[in-house]
Design a protein around this ligand. Structure first.
Ligand SMILES: [Ca+2]
Length: 401
C-alpha cells in the first residue's frame, strides 16, 4: 500500500516546493505478513463492493431566520484563508458563539505528532502504529510516541491545524478551535502506510481494543484520513481497512477521507472507495474540480483544496515564515472533519450517518450542478461544504428536540 505518495506529489509538495524536495518514486511497502515488496505483484485482497452513494437523502428541515453577527478571527493568516470564507466558516462561528457546544475529539491518522502552538493544551501525542522499524525512523516499531519524523512530518500538523487551530490572534484560524486532536502516526518517514498499521490505528483511534497496544484514553468521534492507496490495479477498498472502518462506524465515530489526487474515479481507492467513509474531494477558489482531484459516486462532497500556486494557507512550525499553502484533497478532508466536529459538539447523540446527512444536504450545489463543467462524469458529490448551513441545521434540530 502506497498511501501518501500521490497525495504528496500532487498535493502538499506542489505548494511547498521551496521547503521540501519533490519526492522520488517510492519503493513498495512490505506487506504486514512479511511477504516481499512490490505490491503490484501481490495478489490483492478480495475487493469490497464499490461504495454506494454516501448521501442519506432526507429533506432539509425548515431553517429559521438567523442573522449571524459578524465574526472574524484576529489571526493574521485569516485574511488569506480563502477556504474559510468559501465554506462560510465565519457564519458558523457567529451562530455558535463562544463556548457553544462541547469539545469533540478528532483523531488525525497521518504523519504523527508535532507540538503545534495552535493546539497547545488540546493535542495528544497518541500512538505510533508504524510497525516496520526501518520505515519508522525513530529507532523502533510501534511505540507510544507518535512524534512525526522526517520531511513529511508537517503533513499531520497542517491537517490538524486546519481542523482545530486556535483563534488566538496568532497564525491561522482553525474551523473548530475547541476541538481536541489525537495525533496517530501511520505513515513512515517515506510517507508510506502499511494497511495493517492503518487498520489497527483506525480501531485504536475510535477506542476499540488493539492487541499489544494500550487502550486509547481519548477516543475520537471524528477520524481524519488525508491519505490513500494507489493500488495497482485500483480494485477497491482493502478488506482489512474495510473491516476496521465497519468497526469504527459501529462505535459511533465518523471517518472522513480525502478522495485522492490522481484525477481518477475514487471508487477504486482505499479508503476513499470504502463503505461508510465520508469521502471528500477538492475544489479550487472558483469552486471547480482541479485536475488532480478524484471524483465519482464514492465522493460525498467537496471542500476547498486549492491548486498548485493557490493552495490552502495554514500555520506550520517548519514552514517558511511559520506557514505553508499546500494543495490537495489532503487539505479538503480536514475542513469537513472540522465542521463534523462542530456538529458533534452541538449534538453528541448524532450518528455518523446523521452527520454525513446534514453535511450533504446543506452543501452548496455546484454552479449548474457540476464541479467539472467539461466532463459530467466527474462528479464531486452533493456540493461544496457549507459550515454555516450545517451548523444552522443542527441548531434547529437540537432546539426542536
Ligand atoms: Ca491561531
Amino acid at each position: 500500500m502506497n498511501l501518501l505518495r500521490s497525495l504528496l506529489l500532487t498535493g502538499a509538495l506542489a505548494g511547498v516546493a521551496a521547503a521540501a524536495p519533490r519526492i522520488v518514486p517510492i519503493p513498495a511497502l512490505p506487506l504486514p505478513s512479511g511477504q516481499a515488496t512490490l505490491p503490484e505483484l501481490q495478489p490483492l485482497p478480495t475487493p469490497a463492493q464499490p461504495a454506494p452513494p454516501l448521501l442519506p437523502l432526507t429533506n432539509p428541515p425548515a431553517t429559521p431566520p438567523v442573522a449571524p453577527t459578524l465574526y472574524r478571527p484576529a489571526d493574521p493568516l485569516f485574511a488569506r484563508q480563502w477556504n474559510l470564507e468559501a465554506i462560510r466558516a465565519p457564519g458558523a462561528w457567529a451562530l455558535l458563539g463562544r463556548g457553544h457546544g462541547a469539545p469533540v475529539t478528532v483523531a488525525v491518522l497521518d504523519t504523527g505528532f508535532v507540538p503545534s502552538p495552535e493546539l497547545t493544551g488540546r493535542v495528544v501525542n497518541g500512538y505510533d502504529f508504524v510497525s516496520d522499524p526501518a520505515r519508522a525512523g525513530d529507532g523502533g516499531g510501534r511505540d507510544p510516541d507518535a512524534g512525526g519524523v522526517g520531511q513529511f512530518a508537517y503533513h499531520a500538523e497542517v491537517v490538524a491545524n486546519l481542523i482545530a487551530a486556535a483563534h488566538d490572534g496568532r497564525g491561522m484560524a482553525g474551523i473548530n478551535p475547541q476541538a481536541r486532536v489525537v495525533q496517530v502516526r501511520v505513515a513512515g518517514v517515506d510517507g508510506l502506510i502499511d494497511p495493517q498499521d492503518l487498520a489497527d490505528a483506525l480501531r485504536w483511534a475510535a477506542g476499540l481494543p488493539v492487541p499489544g497496544v494500550p487502550a486509547n484514553p481519548s477516543p475520537a468521534r471524528v477520524l481524519n484520513l488525508s491519505l490513500f492507496a494507489d493500488f495497482i490495479p485500483l480494485t477497491g477498498c482493502d478488506a482489512r481497512v474495510q473491516a476496521a472502518l465497519d468497526a469504527v462506524a459501529a462505535r459511533g465515530a465518523l471517518v472522513v477521507a480525502g478522495a485522492a489526487n490522481d484525477g481518477a474515479d475514487a471508487r477504486g481507492y482505499t479508503p476513499a472507495g470504502c463503505r461508510g467513509v465520508l469521502t471528500v474531494t477538492s475544489v479550487t477558489v472558483a469552486g471547480q474540480r482541479p485536475a488532480y482531484a478524484n471524483w465519482g459516486a464514492s465522493v460525498a462532497l467537496a471542500a476547498p483544496g486549492g491548486e498548485p500556486g493557490h493552495g490552502v494557507v495554514a500555520s506550520s512550525l517548519s514552514g517558511p515564515g511559520g506557514e505553508r499553502d499546500p494543495d490537495g484533497t489532503s487539505f479538503a478532508a480536514p475542513q469537513v472533519a472540522g465542521v463534523a466536529s462542530l456538529l458533534f459538539g452541538l449534538k453528541p447523540g448524532l450518528t455518523p450517518a446523521q452527520v454525513q446527512g446534514v453535511l450533504a444536504r446543506t452543501a452548496t450545489p455546484f454552479p449548474g450542478g457540476r464541479c467539472d463543467p467539461l466532463d459530467p462524469r466527474k462528479t464531486c458529490g452533493a456540493g461544496l461544504l457549507d459550515a454555516e448551513a450545517a451548523v444552522r441545521s443542527s441548531l434547529t434540530t437540537a432546539r426542536s428536540h
